[in-house]
Design a protein around this ligand. Structure first.
Ligand SMILES: [Zn+2]
Length: 251
């Protein structure tokens, strides 16, 4: 057994202990995962996910994304997470956030948004909120029920099972309230990072257009988000409230 596997098993056992304690009747609304565990879990699941889809190394896309990452991570709160934006070699129009800081932009998103950095930055901001507000992590904590605890204790391939579970969870949406919060806070992040927050409206319009043409082109994440009209209206009302204008909106 390789040392890395031993290490993984050690923290998995710790996780099991924490889950058992909680399932056993701990009523305090405390977090199951520490920040370090959350980061570790997200990294493992992200690595698996990346092996499956492949990473895109195109220079133009990667340079643009690194710039966006640098500016968003400076303003994301709390700044505990090591944000790591990567391009996935997949033509779907999507982006996905793993707990602890890893965010994947699908290659197809760059084409769909015509390499517009303001628009891509808002998507990055939206995903970063899922991480900073621990939407991703909380969903996993809620899903780690008693059955999984048993599986972890007696299962053979526990790390693989957890990573698979996490990848499955992050591909779902986080529920209407969390998605609208990610949209709103995403506007704050993009504005603070010096991008045009009104670009969010162009992104939502593009999603509607793509969904109208061929819904199968848009992956789960955006299909299951709250309706695009609701989202656009909420974004406009927030922009109005903040008095922000830009290329895509003037109050
Ligand atoms: Zn989202």
């Amino acid at each position: 057994m390789k040392p890395t596997i031993l290490l993984t098993r050690a923290w998995l056992l710790l996780l099991v202990a924490l889950v058992v304690l909680t399932v056993a009747g701990c009523k305090r609304p405390q977090r199951l995962l520490s920040t370090d565990q959350e980061i570790e879990l997200g990294r493992e699941a992200g690595d698996d996910f990346e092996r499956e889809h492949g990473r895109d190394r195109d220079q133009r896309r990667n340079e643009m994304l690194q710039r966006i990452e640098g500016r968003i991570e400076n303003v994301a709160e709390p700044p505990d997470y090591p944000y790591d934006f990567r391009v996935l070699a997949d033509d779907a129009v999507n982006a996905v956030a793993f707990p602890g800081g890893r965010i994947y932009f699908y290659r197809g998103l760059f084409e769909a948004l015509a390499y517009d950095e303001d628009q891509l930055a808002w998507v990055g901001g939206h995903e970063a909120v899922h991480i900073s507000r621990q939407h991703a992590c909380r969903r996993i904590e809620r899903s780690l029920g008693y059955e999984l605890v048993i599986q972890l204790i007696f299962g053979k391939d526990t790390a693989g099972e957890i990573a698979g579970l996490v990848a499955g969870l992050v591909l779902q949406d986080y529920g209407r309230d969390n998605e609208l919060e990610a949209d709103r806070m995403g506007l704050e992040y993009t504005h603070a990072a010096g991008y045009d927050p009104t670009a969010a409206l162009a992104v939502l319009e593009k999603f509607s257009e793509i969904q109208g043409e061929d819904p199968s082109d848009v992956e789960l994440l955006f299909m299951t988000h709250p309706g695009n009209t609701t989202r656009s209206d909420a974004v406009k009302s927030y922009l109005r409230q903040r008095g922000w204008s830009g290329s895509y909106f003037r109050p």
